[in-house]
Design a protein around this ligand. Structure first.
Ligand code: FES
Length: 155
């Protein structure tokens, strides 16, 4: 996990974005890309940078599923929960993943190896159920294929 810059230094992470139109989302994405999540103590810093209220920044963070407010595990597993994947049995796959990884959806395993998150369409609807593991898209995921992918991560 990268060292988290102090709130006083946070602005350096995104100083080039502050004057761009609609800067809030790109700034939050930049912070999460660099740190893995958006620390709570950054909210007032971002709000001040953009002349917004803390509530406005909080509102955006909580509206978009992709933003995390706590550090993720070593590997991030996202399983698509949207319609096409639902039709192809993602519910059973999700239950399998929760058992296999030792965490519920939106959680991190006690050993901090895996974070399990929902995602709503990965643009891979022709190859459902779909998931993303550390940014790598995988389609037609069966429970067996899921286990294989997790074993590859451990190798
Ligand atoms: S609905 Fe799952 S990839 Fe599109």
């Amino acid at each position: 996990m990268p060292q988290i810059p102090s709130p006083a230094e946070a602005e350096k992470l995104y100083a080039d974005l502050i004057d761009k139109p609609g800067a809030l989302l790109p700034i939050l994405h930049r912070i999460q890309d660099r740190l893995g999540y958006v620390p709570e103590e950054y909210v007032p810093v971002v709000a001040r940078s953009l002349n917004l209220s803390r509530a406005e920044v909080h509102g955006v963070i909580s509206f978009y599923h992709e933003f995390r407010t706590t550090p993720p595990g070593k590997h991030v597993v996202k399983i698509c929960q949207a319609e096409a994947c639902q039709a192809m049995g993602v519910e059973a796959l999700t239950e399998h993943a929760e058992r296999r990884l030792g965490t519920r959806m939106h959680g991190t395993s006690p050993d901090r190896k895996y974070t399990l998150e929902p995602v709503y369409c990965l643009g891979n609807c022709a190859c459902t159920p779909a998931m993303m593991v550390d940014g790598r898209l995988v389609g037609r995921v069966t429970p067996e294929r899921f286990d294989q992918i997790i074993e590859e991560l451990q190798a």
